[in-house]
Design a protein around this ligand. Structure first.
Ligand SMILES: Nc1ncnc2c1ncn2[C@@H]1O[C@H](COP(=O)(O)OP(=O)(O)OP(=O)(O)O)[C@@H](O)[C@H]1O
Ligand SMILES: [Mg+2]
Length: 369
């Protein structure tokens, strides 16, 4: 892409880049900083394509993330540094993502013109859709399609406030890493999907990532992203419902939710507290999906892929399938990925859905290598 004007700093490099499967490269570490945990994957491009060399996670220090921003980069960075040390991860080039809710995303169709003209047109559009001074945001764009039936091309624009983006970059630096790409979690999920699944002709798939404090929705038509949205609910709300209804502390509620302890409760008491919270989460997701149904009246969603730690919530997948009247699968982000023999692959597979975003980030490379 052409150099950007001084007014915008290229931040997100949205393309997958070209992966040369025969070239061994240095290792990169991808870092998914969530409000409940920090997840990392060390990977490189080798003879098997992307190869996972190491992975791990550590709880995020409490109250270190607010309003989609790392408010305590020192604390989070130190926790990350500890995790890297503990796992023996020595890669220093890092890829991370800002949370989707922090990002303004817009798709516009523009005349097919020179890169410089496209950039000017993007700036003009950006002034209209971004409710901020352009000086205060990081903006990037990518031409995503030429198949509009006329001479127009589709351009995907993404913008995030600079202080939010720098809070993530600073966190990596505290941990001794060099941020080389800052992506958006939605796009990382796209890339994870593209690596592992072959979309069928005309298929509409919804990627639904259930995190701790928010869940994101990404609708793909034949593998191309057409709609992104998020809802402010996730696994934390389920734990909080257990705390409230069973009158127990959060750590006990968390263990009960994960099925590792039952405390003093029988199955029925647990279900009675759990299911309404699961259904409330499903309603929120369904509501967000309904925006897609409204915008595209003749479309239906053929399949939903769940990811994120919350994807494993008991009863979530089958109840969501009933509500959305479509099959729901828990995503396997490592289905087609080579996992190095040094890695405890069984442990990774048990928690695979939690690492979906980190895996999607692991394929990103800086454009200017
Ligand atoms: N096996 C499981 N069953 C049910 N819930 C689970 C399971 N494993 C993890 N979770 C829940 O998943 C949530 C964490 O998911 P994830 O790691 O995707 O969130 P996060 O990235 O830290 O948060 P966010 O992105 O929302 O800031 C927690 O609420 C946790 O309780
Ligand atoms: Mg997350």
């Amino acid at each position: 892409m052409a150099a950007v004007t001084d007014q915008v700093k290229r931040l997100f490099t949205l393309s997958l880049g070209d992966l040369n499967p025969f070239r061994r490269e240095e290792n990169y570490v991808s870092v998914d900083i969530g409000s409940s945990s920090i997840k990392v994957i060390e990977a490189r491009t080798g003879v098997h394509g992307i190869e996972v060399l190491n992975f791990g996670s550590v709880p995020t220090p409490t109250s270190a993330i607010h309003s989609n921003m790392v408010t305590e980069p020192d604390m989070v960075g130190e926790a990350l540094r500890g995790l890297l040390e503990h796992k023996g991860i020595r890669a220093r080039k890092a890829i991370t993502a800002v949370p989707g809710p922090a990002v303004m995303i817009k798709r516009v169709s523009l005349p097919n013109q020179s890169p410089q003209e496209t950039e000017q047109a993007v700036l003009l559009e950006a002034r209209n859709f971004i409710p901020e001074e352009l000086d205060n945001v990081n903006l990037d764009f990518q031409v995503t399609s030429t198949a509009m039936g006329n001479d127009d091309v589709e351009v995907l624009m993404a913008a995030a406030k600079k202080d939010i983006v720098s809070s993530y970059a600073d966190t990596l630096r505290v941990a001794g890493l060099t941020p080389v790409v800052i992506d958006v979690d939605y796009f990382a999920l796209d890339n994870m999907y593209e690596l592992n699944y072959d979309p069928l002709e005309n298929q509409v798939a919804a990627l639904v990532n259930i995190g701790s404090r928010y869940s994101s929705i990404n609708i793909l038509k034949e593998g191309r992203s057409t709609f992104t949205g998020d809802v402010p609910v996730g696994g934390r709300d389920i734990t909080e419902a257990l705390v409230r209804d069973l009158g127990i502390p959060a750590d006990e509620a968390e263990r009960i939710k994960l099925g590792v302890a039952a405390g003093d409760f029988d199955e029925e008491q647990i279900s009675m507290a759990l299911l309404p919270a699961v259904d409330a989460l499903i309603e929120e997701v369904h509501y967000a999906l309904s925006f897609f149904w409204t915008a595209a009246t003749d479309e239906r969603i053929d399949v939903l892929y769940l990811s994120g730690g919350g994807a494993m919530t008991p009863e979530l997948a089958n109840r969501l399938a009933e509500r959305a009247e479509a099959p729901v699968e828990v995503t396997d982000p490592f289905g087609r990925i080579f996992i190095d023999e040094e890695v405890d692959a069984a442990a990774l597979r048990r928690r695979a859905s939690e690492f979906a975003i980190a895996m999607g980030l692991a394929v990103r490379r800086p454009v200017d290598k």
